[in-house]
Design a protein around this ligand. Structure first.
Ligand code: AVJ
Length: 317
């Protein structure tokens, strides 16, 4: 991490409502904890999406081919363990699979077994956080491009930010391509609440682990026993909010980049929080409208029996 990122991170900690971007959940332990979350009974999104992809991967590949032809480049931002793309590769047969992720080592491990299973497909990983504004490091490709953005990661953005990100993907398709994206849908609040407040406390550990990560990144002295997990559904905003809440009055110190002029400590009152994540939920119609507003010409959707989760294919034609 560079000083610019450190400065942004510390500015977030100093804000009246302290905040840290959810990107910082995913150090090695955080990535592993997230994998455990996906195995929990309460956390329905991953299994539900996987079932939708298993069932409909052939239709999805056909729909893409009908709209734009061969897939020259399949790009997966935030690829993580690369498990979901396995479903797609046999039908889609892209010439090149490019994983973009902040944790290159984690993805590189996953790619080793994927390469053995699909030797005909070129595979690579590049370190990139697509939420940062730098141009995306995409290779030239002849033929259709497909962005694959599963897991409802799009839920971490506000709807305006989400539309802007989708519009960048649309632009990066260069007139011939698509976006295959998974989105968590609005549903009974108790189901949503339980998904972020699991009985085993894995989501709490995942949230608290962010403080360990910060301690390494900015030399802070967060003590985990002084904090607790707090997650709730805000119906008006249509989002889950995750926070870390101070159990008692406390002080935190860190090292700010030289010359940044940023204070190197903050006091938190008991009950004050650090906002660590938003996870927006959409209706299927609202999300289809967002994809069209971002420039895509055509949208197809697949869902599960309970309408818990949506998989959308948006194409340029
Ligand atoms: C990876 C952003 C989709 O919002 O459900 C899971 C992250 N946070 N449990 C989500 C998460 C707490 C997850 N996303």
């Amino acid at each position: 991490m560079d000083d610019n990122e450190r400065t942004q991170l510390i500015a977030g900690l100093l804000a009246t409502q302290a905040r840290v971007a959810p990107t910082y959940f995913y150090d090695l332990a955080g990535s592993r904890l997230f994998e455990v979350i996906t195995l929990l009974d309460e956390y329905y999104p991953t299994v539900t999406e996987t079932r939708i992809l298993e069932r409909h991967a052939p239709d999805i590949a056909t729909a893409f081919a009908d709209a734009v032809g061969d897939c020259a480049l399949l790009v997966e931002p935030g690829a993580g363990n690369c498990e979901k793309v396995r479903q797609l590769l046999p039908g889609l047969r892209p010439a090149h699979y490019l994983a973009l992720d902040v944790s290159v080592d984690f993805v590189e491990q996953a790619l080793q077994s994927l390469r053995r299973a699909f030797p005909a497909i070129a595979m690579s990983v590049v370190a990139a956080d697509i939420t940062q504004t730098q141009p995306w490091p995409l290779p030239d490709s002849r033929g259709g491009r497909l962005f694959f953005y599963p897991g409802s990661s799009i839920g971490n953005f506000t709807p305006d930010q989400a539309r802007a990100l989708v519009a960048r993907m649309h632009a990066a398709c260069q007139g011939r391509g698509g976006l295959l994206i998974g989105v968590d849908l609005v549903k009974d609040h108790s189901v949503l609440h339980a998904a972020y407040n699991d009985a085993l406390g894995v989501t709490a550990a995942f949230n608290l682990n962010l403080l360990r990560h910060l301690n390494r990144l900015i030399g802070s002295d967060f003590r985990l026993q002084q904090w607790e997990h707090h997650a709730f559904y805000d119906e008006t905003a249509s989002r889950i909010e995750m926070h870390l809440r101070a159990r008692e009055p406390l002080q935190v110190q860190w090292r700010s980049p030289a010359g940044s002029g940023l204070p190197e400590r903050r006091a938190f009152e008991a009950g004050e929080t650090i906002h660590t994540e938003n996870s927006y939920k959409y209706t299927a119609d609202a999300f289809a409208a967002l994809l069209r507003d971002a420039g895509f010409a055509r949208v197809r959707r697949w869902t599960d029996e309970r309408d818990y989760f949506g998989v959308f294919l948006a194409t340029t034609e």
